[in-house]
Write a protein of this length. Structure first.
Length: 101
């Protein structure tokens, strides 16, 4: 291989990895995770790119524990969903990002 081709080959490899990363990110955005709290009383659905898609609250939660308890469950469900979304992203993008460095 001629020395002049080395930068060109590296650029092609980088462009291919970049394309694979963009594709993986696009696919990740289509996946969802659900975080829960209170035994499923509160459910938060996030996309793989960490956009909130939905919040479900069992109506009984309002009667049972009052507003403060419900707020705590929403917070816990959000954090659970975020953690799952981060893990999903790491699982999908981790192998690709290892190629960068």
């Amino acid at each position: 291989m001629a020395k002049g081709n080395l930068p060109e080959n590296m650029l092609k490899q980088f462009q291919q990895m970049q394309s694979e990363m963009l594709k993986a990110q696009s696919e990740l955005a289509k996946e969802t995770v659900v975080g829960t709290a209170g035994g499923g009383t509160v459910r938060i659905t996030l996309s793989g790119d960490q956009r909130c898609l939905g919040v479900e609250i069992d109506p009984g939660a309002i009667q049972d524990g009052g507003v403060e308890m419900l707020q705590d469950m929403v917070l816990a469900a959000c954090n659970d969903a975020l953690e799952k979304s981060r893990k999903l992203a790491l699982d999908r993008l981790g192998p690709l990002s290892a190629n960068f460095g």
